[in-house]
Design a protein around this ligand. Sequence first.
Ligand code: KDG
Ligand code: MG
Length: 407
Amino acid sequence: MKITDARVFVGGPKKNYVTLKIMTDQGVYGLGDATLNNRETLPAKYLQDYLIPNLIGMDPRNSEDIWQFLYRGAYFRRGPIAMAAYGAIDMALWDIKGKLANMPLYQLFGGKSRDGAMCYAHATGADLEDLMDSVAAYVDEGYKAVRVQCGIPGMPTASYAVPEEKGARNYITDYSGIRPTVEIWDSGKYMRFMPEALMRIRERFGPELHILHDVHHRLTPREAAEFAKAVEPVGLFWLEDPTPADDQDALKLLRRHSTVPVAIGEVFNSIYDCNKLIEQELIDYIRVAVTYAGGITHVKRIVDLAALHHVKTGFHGAPSHSPLCMAAQAHLNAWAPNFGVQEYLVLGTPECDALFPSEHRMENGMVYVSDAPGLGVDFDETEVARYEYQPGSHPVVRLEDGTMWNY
Ligand code: KDG
Ligand code: MG
């Protein structure tokens, strides 16, 4: 069996999804996602110029050897652009494997460990009252877990994922161009306000709701330890990215001062970004995404390492992840003995469903994986032709005196 051709498509409804389609001499094709948020054209170009010409003629069933060829063969290892491109290839090869076996991917991993996988949604509010309305709407829809982000009194601009105006909902990427807007950050204001706000949410919604909160890399290790201690009475499901994720030692201080569960890893693209964190049991949830972290082959390795150290999964599922990435994660979630929770924001708009038809279902805050062979998602090439690439950016963050800070 041989790979005969592969094509990359960039586009989607209000998203620049990067979709790879690998064709074979047996008519079976595989689909993969290389959407690196706000840098979408780069993995697409890497795939087109370097990787696809190498794939032609290879046996698509040898997904492990092809992964090793890509990773070891590049000489320069890791990095989000390369790993997202390998991730798309790997996903597409697993899709082909599942179709050849006539089995959904979770069966190839070891079958189902659960029927539905618990998801969390993003509740946001310009102020606490607005945030409470947003949480209440998700609770009414049946969600058992909600991430909460709130506007901070006195902060000169809205901060991470928080709308400027009441009633407006989650935003992260601005598609008006590649030059980012600037958010102003003040850790003091945040730390004085947020623990009490989280406690008010707990009091309003009771002990059963899983409350998650994302610090988005903004605190120093000392501040993060203080903050984690202060929010301990809230009983958070997790505290996400309290410190910049590239410093694997940063969480040691937090661990010495607090038992709050910690989640980290959405910016990681390799097992070597998180092996110390996992082996030293400095985290409770690993947040890698199948797209950014080199595909199913590599992420499954991270999940297995995590299982040895009581670390559960909490895969990244921001709005930028395509339904293909979410499907790969749905299959891993169905199988993983150490499944924790899934972030889930690819809301099934009619446009998105037309582009990526599938039988994966979201109900009452749970994802139910499709039983169709492979990833269980198709891709409509005529639909994708309706969309053009739109340059976009995350905001950047500065302190009030102008110093650059962590987004
Ligand atoms: O591209 C970056 C976003 O995906 C990120 O800001 C979202 O922090 C995020 C999350 O937890 O989903
Ligand atoms: Mg996050």
